[in-house]
Design a protein around this ligand. Structure first.
Ligand code: AMP
Length: 509
């Protein structure tokens, strides 16, 4: 059964089951499927065989899910855009995708020439006009068609649209269902932290929809307000937590983030950033009944391609934590700067090969050719993606060492910023940290570490900073010790829940 057929089957099997909760409002599977069918019938009436991608703009409203499903039932890929995107970014995406229709659930008030923008009220009207209409199944997406296009930031300053096919998505969901040990037929509550424009959200959204479970969406205003967030958790019955490690670190800053707050929690699924040993250790201590799973992958390889369960032994003994074993239909190899495959244990660029790899960037041949290629594996041609991440493989496990582009030179020394960060995180009173190069006149002058603490052994900031430097000296050479240590309450985060390095860099200028 395809993913779409599976979700459709819940119209009967799980009619009254809650599919989505957002801001104290919920929608059942019966409603979700009926409404997405109605909207799909409308899209088919408008477009027929024209399969141009459709933009769905909004935050976590039920209509986001309705329109995503409607697009694919009508044979169109959807492009999710979160309301946090500034106008320029929305315009870039609209222009580069050449979309002809935008579902404007988040109600921006811009005009785009030649694009049919459907306001929230119009969407509601369409849903009532097409009530009980069913889309002709001949239009539904096929396995190798693009299911969604997620735009990620590009080094050129223009976003790149990563095309993910239905078969890539199905492969990811089947694998993720197994590694998170979801029981067949059970109803779970999945936490959704990431906006739908970030591919981490694909994990919670589709694990939830494909298993007929409930998606519990967190509004962006709650991410900034722990009191409100914890209040909503207390009545959520969340079983599966999906977030970036930074988001969990932020919650861990409050001692009430524990098993009593989330008594039904079974697993934490992490992806998108380094999971620090200290974070895993604290989670395992506070949530004794929950698994912690670390996953790794870029948007270009459909959310994640490696995973490992981090138990106490691993959390205490292996530094840094591995990102895990690669899924069966993919391979990971490590190459040097000349493109030669490196043996086990040697550091190089991580290359992902296999069925999870995207078919390329939408309408962007040049960037696609730069990062994607083909490789023959066992006589079969497979897609291949250069991640720009550095890592190594040891005893079958992949280890992530940072971005190749976080490599800097300071006074001639080659330094990985994430190397310093990993060592900072090992200091027991440090919660989280980012190391930022301070650049003046196009030259890196020195490094500043911005850190959050879980306790303050000294009340004077300069004493704390000295202590941190002394601790660091035990692990890294002097030339890597940041000249300045800024102690802050919290690190700025991007809307995706990752630490906002750019904002810190700007601040340091
Ligand atoms: P995105 O495409 O936004 O999901 O970002 C992908 C990038 O996030 C990867 O290329 C890595 O640099 C980083 N990343 C993803 N998963 C992990 C992980 N488990 N540990 C460390 N970094 C990660």
């Amino acid at each position: 059964m395809s993913l779409i057929e599976k979700i459709n089957s819940y119209e009967i099997d799980k009619r009254e089951q809650i599919a989505h909760i957002y801001k104290n409002s919920s929608i059942t599977y019966g409603e979700l499927i009926e409404k997405s069918d109605a909207m799909a019938a409308y899209i088919i009436d408008q477009f027929g065989d024209d399969k141009t991608p459709i933009v769905v703009y909004g935050h976590k409203e039920h209509e986001m899910l309705i329109c995503f499903l409607a697009c694919v039932k009508a044979g169109h890929a959807y492009i999710p855009i979160d309301t946090s995107f500034p106008y320029e970014r929305v315009r870039d995406i609209v222009e580069s995708s050449q979309t002809k229709m935008i579902f404007n659930i988040g109600e921006f008030d811009y005009n785009f020439l030649g694009v049919n923008v459907k306001s929230y009220n119009e969407i509601k009207k369409i849903l009532s006009q097409y009530k009980l209409h069913k889309p002709d199944e001949k239009y539904a997406l096929e396995e190798e068609d693009t299911y969604y296009i997620i735009y990620t930031s590009g080094s050129t300053g223009k976003p790149k649209g990563v095309q993910i096919t239905l078969s890539c998505l199905e492969s990811f969901i089947n694998w993720a269902t197994k590694i998170s040990s979801l029981r067949d037929g059970a109803n779970y509550v999945f936490m959704n932290q990431a906006p739908f424009s970030f591919d981490l959200s694909v994990m919670d959204l589709y694990l939830s929809l494909s298993s007929g479970s409930t998606l519990f969406s967190i509004d962006k205003s709650m991410v900034l307000n722990l009191k409100l967030l914890f209040e909503s958790f207390s009545s959520s019955d969340i079983n599966i937590w999906v977030s970036t490690p930074s988001f969990a670190e932020m919650c861990l800053g409050d001692s009430s983030f524990n098993e009593e707050l989330l008594p039904k929690l079974e697993a934490f699924l992490f992806c998108g950033e380094t999971l620090a040993n200290s974070c895993a250790q604290r989670l395992l201590k506070r949530f004794s009944n929950s698994k912690v799973i670390n996953m790794y992958g870029p948007t270009e390889a459909t959310v994640a391609v490696t995973s490992i369960e981090i138990n106490e032994e691993i959390a205490n003994k292996i530094v840094p934590l591995p990102v895990g074993i690669v899924k069966k239909d993919c391979r990971v190899i490590i190459i040097d700067e000349n493109g030669n495959e490196l043996p086990e244990g040697e550091k190089g660029e991580i290359i992902i090969i296999g069925d999870s790899v995207s078919i390329g960037y939408y309408n962007n041949k040049e960037r696609t050719e730069k990062s994607f290629s083909k490789k023959v594996i066992n006589g079969v041609e497979k897609r291949c993606y250069r991640t720009g991440d550095e890592g190594y493989i040891k005893q079958g496990l992949l280890y992530y060492c940072g971005r190749i582009d976080f490599q800097i030179k300071l006074n001639g020394y080659r330094i990985e910023l994430e190397d310093i960060e990993n060592n900072l995180r090992n200091i027991e009173f440090i919660n989280n940290c980012v190391v930022v190069p301070v650049i003046k006149e196009n030259r890196i002058q020195h490094l500043t570490a911005v850190v959050t603490l879980n306790r303050s052994p000294w009340d004077k900031e300069f004493k704390m900073a000295m202590q941190i430097k002394n601790e660091l000296k035990k692990f890294i050479p002097d030339y890597m010790i940041p000249r300045k240590i800024n102690i802050v309450e919290s690190l700025p985060m991007t809307i995706n829940g990752k630490v906002n390095r750019k904002a810190l860099l700007e601040e340091m200028k």
